[in-house]
Design a protein around this ligand. Structure first.
Ligand SMILES: C[S@@+](CC[C@H](N)C(=O)[O-])C[C@H]1O[C@@H](n2cnc3c(N)ncnc32)[C@H](O)[C@@H]1O
Length: 384
């Protein structure tokens, strides 16, 4: 057969046995996911911290059925999470150790967040998102992700713990890779429980911070700031970033915020930051970059589908960030890769034409809660 007569179908070689096996491994990934979820919820990796244990003993401690738990541990030994040292006796491998709750940047809370029923059932409706472009999460749970968290504090606590441990894995890289010189007041927009801001304040002893997030979220932030020894340099403000963000920051940090939202809503958040900052203010969007090689971009592509299923946002290319910034009146002034394992970059923006704020206008979004560094709290009544 000559090259003129071959069709794309001819050129597509029949899959090898190895390729078929790889496909099967990908298809059956849900078994690994759920087995990992079970051992993470039971705290089995933590129970193996001091050395190998018999599976029957682990079943007794965790209240599980011995034969069934053994089969799960054996399966995960096949995956490389445990090692069966002697018949029915398991040790934790270095790979499995990341699931211990007490290791720095532990991935346990991420496993709990991604694999619990709330998340799992939403992913079961991925096809709904593909058909409609809408979030499967709202289809399954009847409300948006963040409103669901507001009504389900236990699920929300797992989410914020997962966000905090993700910051523990990559927050240090931000402090090192980006030059914060000249930033005296840093506003962390959607800063969750505040570990990222705390990390920046620890690295810059004269910097002051403002932690901004939904009121029910910042209500849980003080212990993180106190533990980091920065609470006396940090205001805690609750509010809605679609309404307004705290004014007069030298920089507005938005880590994993913009990817949660479609272009229209992301533009509102960026425009509110631009409106709030001084003439020389900066916007620092911290997101995973999207490498042109899709295999290299895989971590970002994973997150992209998370956004599709759960919140209605997306991961963006550099050009898409630039377009978004422009729509919000912000010039993309630099892209600084953090060089961390999770492939985050800072997308730095400056105001194109500094917005003039009316200084007589007191900033107070409806329903906001403001805590100054002394811990005094003021409540702005809804509708004020
Ligand atoms: C994906 S998390 C990122 C948290 C943190 N920046 C980090 O990187 O770990 C998104 C954050 O946006 C907050 N958020 C969502 N809607 C908000 C709103 N309307 N106003 C303020 N914060 C909001 C959530 O509560 C959550 O803490």
């Amino acid at each position: 057969m000559t090259s003129e007569t071959t069709t794309p179908r001819d050129r597509l070689a029949a899959p090898t046995h190895a390729e078929m096996a790889e496909l099967f491994r990908l298809i059956s990934g849900y078994r690994v996911s759920q087995a990992l979820y079970v051992v993470a919820t039971l705290g089995i990796p933590d129970l193996l911290t001091d050395g190998p244990r018999d599976s029957d003993e682990l079943a007794q401690v965790t209240g599980m059925q011995a034969a069934a738990l053994y089969r799960v541990l054996r399966f995960l030994a096949g995956v490389g999470i445990f090692r069966e040292e002697a018949p029915r006796r398991f040790a934790l491998t270095p790979l499995g150790a990341g699931l211990r709750a007490d290791v720095p940047g532990s991935i346990r809370s991420t496993a709990l967040m991604l694999l619990d029923e709330v998340h799992w059932t939403a992913w079961g409706q991925l096809r709904h998102s593909v058909r409609t472009g809408e979030t499967a999460f709202a289809q399954v749970h009847g409300v948006g992700n963040f409103d669901y968290f507001a009504r389900h504090p236990v699920t929300a606590a797992v989410f914020h713990q997962a966000m905090t441990s993700s910051t523990a894995r990559s927050g240090g890289a931000l402090a090192q890779a980006y030059d914060f010189a000249g930033i005296r007041r840093l506003v962390d927009v959607g800063g969750g429980h505040g570990l990222l801001l705390a990390t920046m304040l620890q690295a810059h002893p004269t910097m002051r911070g403002v932690l901004f997030d939904r009121p029910e979220v910042v209500a849980g932030a003080r212990p993180t700031l106190e533990e980091a020894g920065v609470a006396n340099r940090c205001e805690i403000v609750g509010g809605d970033f679609f309404a307004a963000v705290p004014p007069d920051g030298d920089a507005y940090l938005l880590r994993q915020i913009i990817h949660d939202w479609d272009d229209a809503r992301a533009t509102v958040i960026l425009a509110n930051c631009r409106q709030a900052m001084g003439a020389h203010g900066r916007i620092l969007v911290v997101e995973r970059g999207m490498a042109p090689d899709l295999r290299q971009a895989l971590p970002a592509l994973h997150l992209d589908l998370e956004m599709l299923v759960n919140v209605g946002g997306l991961q963006r290319t550099d050009a898409e960030y630039e377009a978004l910034f422009t729509a919000a009146g912000v010039r993309l002034s630099a892209i600084v890769p953090l060089g961390d394992a999770e492939q985050f970059s800072v997308f730095e923006g400056e105001s194109m034409a500094p917005a003039s704020r009316d200084p007589s206008q007191v900033w107070a979004p409806a329903g906001s809660v403001h805590t100054d560094p002394t811990g005094e709290q003021e409540q702005t009544p809804t509708g004020a």
